[in-house]
Design a protein around this ligand. Sequence first.
Ligand code: HEC
Length: 132
Amino acid sequence: MYHALLMLTPKQVARFSKLLLLAITIAAGTAMIGCGGSGEAAEAKAFFLAKGCNECHTISTFSIESQNKSGPDLAEAYTDVQKRFGTSLENFLKNPTGTMQMVLTSKIKLTDEEKQKAIQYMKYAYDNRPNK
Ligand code: HEC
């Protein structure tokens, strides 16, 4: 180990330090997600409101009432998408059909990272839905 370190070039040492820092950052982030149950609920609620999903969707887990009630309750989406569209929630958000295709290509554009968050939050909403 001592020997191996001595054989590294300064460039390799720098790269190694960056990797280590990245690993620490990810570990800290994961720990924060892990311990904040209600923190995640607040984050999820804020996300859906900020994106405007509540215009058409109720999300009962977060006491979000849809403004026009045109879409289904997203608290059920995690399994309902499978029944309704025959695909996983992940695939549906990546390749939406029907109204959501229109919404996600024109009205509300989500980055890949935001889609990942939306999936995580809908899974949370499903796991914690009020009428299980
Ligand atoms: C303009 C209205 C509108 C907005 C805004 C909207 N949706 Fe939808 N959404 C719908 C409708 C209507 C459906 C029902 C499926 C259909 O008709 O194609 C739907 C279906 C879905 C489904 C499938 C649900 C199921 O149970 O099968 C998901 C997931 C979804 N929307 C997520 C979202 C997310 C996340 C947002 C915010 C980023 C959002 N929607 C914003 C109208 C909307």
